[in-house]
Ligand binder design. Structure first.
Ligand SMILES: NC(=O)c1ccc[n+]([C@@H]2O[C@H](COP(=O)([O-])OP(=O)(O)OC[C@H]3O[C@@H](n4cnc5c(N)ncnc54)[C@H](OP(=O)(O)O)[C@@H]3O)[C@@H](O)[C@H]2O)c1
Length: 289
């Protein structure tokens, strides 16, 4: 049932590939009532050809990682290989001391039933000095428990500060809210990351579902044979250096979103979207979800 065309990839700063599109898991693993449906959605996503999965120790307090672990274990008993997957998780800021990062990662790996994460992010900036957190990430890399590390919810000033910390220049990605409704990063952060070949992971690319209800977007999407959610995703992926990670637990929307990731948009659609959702003309505070 895998779609014919694989999801396109881009390169991390060290040249290794990363899928440009994946599945978010926020709000999964929070309740026993919805667990069976969520597990079925994760298994379907793997079957359909999703290869990048974004999670965090925060999501369902480990519940989302546990569900993913079950879905991965089942898929890896079949023809799927571990190298086919790109798994991202995040550490809470209050676990982000050098020792805390290592311990949190070990717990995440246990829940995910994996030996290594492809990318491990600091979820947002907290009280721990950045140098401490970077030291923890370096230890994890030396032990082979993570391939790459990065950050999330960092604005440009935070990124510049991180670069100045010992080892901080090895940051591989920054995950922030980026969507048609939240275009502020285009003013400064996105070009800065693009210049360093550092992928910007766009979270909440459908504005947590709100863009699917936008009347103007719906009209334009219908003209291109898309749903508004699909048009929002295809727009995100038209930006160089951007990875999108929409969340869905719904079988139809899982399929629609993957199709959107394989759908180049004509220039006229991009122009019409710029009129509906104008790009920023000055610095805006980073949106936080
Ligand atoms: N680093 C951070 O601080 C941070 C913050 C927020 C999110 N994230 C990550 O980014 C992921 C995505 O962000 P998000 O979950 O906040 O929001 P999102 O992906 O923009 O939207 C998800 C919501 O939209 C619905 N949806 C999905 N596809 C749709 C479509 N094609 N048409 C209409 N509705 C659709 C989903 O419902 P159904 O499930 O019913 O389809 C869900 O309610 C998260 O799951 C998480 O992994 C990270």
């Amino acid at each position: 049932m895998t779609l014919a065309a694989p999801v396109p990839t881009l390169n991390l700063p060290d040249g290794s590939p990363m899928p440009r599109f994946g599945l978010g898991t926020w709000r999964m693993g929070e309740s026993r009532r919805t667990q069976a449906g969520e597990l079925a959605a994760l298994r379907l996503a793997l079957e359909l050809g999703y290869r990048l999965f974004d999670t965090a120790e925060m999501y369902g307090e480990g519940g989302a990682e546990t569900l993913l672990g079950e879905a991965f274990a089942a898929a890896l008993r079949g023809p799927l290989r571990r190298d086919d997957l790109f798994v991202v998780s995040k550490v809470y800021p209050h676990h982000a001391s050098a020792m805390g990062v290592v311990a949190a990662c070990e717990r995440s790996l246990q829940r995910l039933r994996l030996e290594q994460l492809d990318l491990y992010l600091l979820h947002w900036r907290g009280a721990e000095p950045l140098a401490e957190t970077v030291r923890g990430f370096q230890q994890l890399q030396q032990r082979g428990l993570i391939r790459h590390w990065g950050v999330s919810n960092f604005d440009l000033a935070d990124m510049v500060e991180l670069q100045a910390v010992p080892g901080g220049a090895a940051c591989a990605s920054n995950q922030v809210w980026y969507s048609l409704g939240r275009r502020g990063v285009e003013f400064d952060l996105l070009p800065w990351q693009q210049a360093r070949q550092m992928p910007l992971m766009a979270y909440s690319p459908i504005d947590q579902g709100a863009l699917a209800e936008h009347a103007g977007l719906a009209t334009l999407a219908a003209r291109h044979g898309l749903t508004p959610g699909q048009l929002a995703l295809a727009w995100t992926l038209a930006r160089p250096g951007v990875v999108a990670i929409p969340k869905s637990s719904d079988p139809l929307r899982l399929r629609q979103n993957l199709q959107a990731a394989q759908q180049p948009l004509p220039a006229e659609a991009l122009d019409a979207l710029d009129r509906l959702f104008p790009p920023p003309r000055r610095k805006q505070a980073l949106a936080v979800g």
